[in-house]
Write a protein that binds this ligand. Structure first.
Ligand code: SF4
Length: 284
């Protein structure tokens, strides 16, 4: 029998990750996104945001929507959705591979974003290409590009998060000098997670516990937060590119409700384990 959790906690669940697009210009081998899945038109995406906003209003809190993907910043819908959500009074964050973070991007959107998560698995171009963290021409982000991006993020008062997916191939990397320069507010180390039928060809790339501990020890000055297998289960509120509320329930992704047509209500989040959720977000 499935376990349901009571969300009657002192703090509301007020962060929703909206994966509004699956499209991406990169080919990361560890990626879970099915880039062939369809997405709804912009007018329906606005409705999804409105229905999430109504849920936050009921909670009497200023909630956060993370506009994520795929690669959100390449979508023509990114600007309209960001603008729509901020006009509704929501905090908006994003997670990006950084390839489209130009000075023009910051001139247009810098004042609207509250947090940017940069996915940086390595500073070694050859290793990034091995990861598939590059475009179709093999173009990768240079260290200098990241410095310029971090400077813009800080200039605009945006919270900077850096996400590193840790595998065997990058577990000996040392980001110390880089992190000292870019000064992230949060460093998150996501241990490579293997999902059958999705990225199981990388099974031998999973780092050992000793390798994870050595990487964390090397970067302890930046208080890395480690996310292991299973920590997103029952702790991550997600809306997919078709506007469906989804929750990973003990390893099984469940589509729970169409948020184009319906409002999000607290009862929809009964599969979220509040203790796990708050532990995760307090850390991240
Ligand atoms: S940048 Fe993100 S969405 Fe794109 S391929 Fe890599 S992990 Fe997947």
């Amino acid at each position: 029998m499935k376990k349901e959790f009571s969300n009657k906690t002192a703090l509301p669940i007020a962060k929703v990750n909206y994966h509004f697009t699956n499209r991406c210009n990169y080919f990361c081998q560890h990626c879970f996104v099915d880039k062939t899945k369809p997405e709804i038109p912009l007018s329906q995406k606005f409705l999804v945001i409105d229905h999430i906003k109504e849920y936050f209003e009921e909670l009497h809190c200023k909630g956060t929507i993370n506009l994520v993907g795929g690669e959100p910043t390449l979508s023509p819908d990114f600007g309209p959705l960001l603008s729509h959500a901020t006009k509704q009074g929501l905090n908006v964050g994003t997670v990006t591979n950084g390839s489209a973070l130009t000075p023009e991007f910051f001139a247009r959107y810098g004042s609207l974003l509250s947090e940017i998560g940069l996915s940086i698995d390595s500073l070694n171009p050859a290793l990034n290409r091995l990861f598939g963290r590059c475009d179709i021409q093999g173009k990768v982000n240079t260290r200098e590009h990241w410095y310029r991006v971090a400077e813009q993020i800080h200039l605009h008062g945006i919270r900077l998060k850096i996400n590193i997916c840790l595998a065997q191939m990058n577990c000996n990397d040392d980001f110390t000098n880089f992190l000292e320069k870019v000064k992230p507010d949060r460093l998150k180390v996501m241990v490579l997670s293997i999902v059958a039928g999705v990225n199981d060809k990388l099974a031998d790339q999973k780092p050992t516990q000793e390798q994870v501990e050595a990487f964390v020890a090397r970067h302890k000055a930046f208080n890395p937060v480690v996310e292991n297998d299973g920590e997103m289960q029952n702790a991550y509120v997600m809306v997919n590119s078709r506007g469906m509320l989804c929750i990973n329930d003990q390893g099984i992704e469940k589509e729970l409700k169409n948020l184009v047509e319906n409002r999000l209500v607290s009862e929809d989040l009964s599969l979220i384990d509040p203790h796990k959720y708050f532990k995760r977000y307090n850390k991240t």
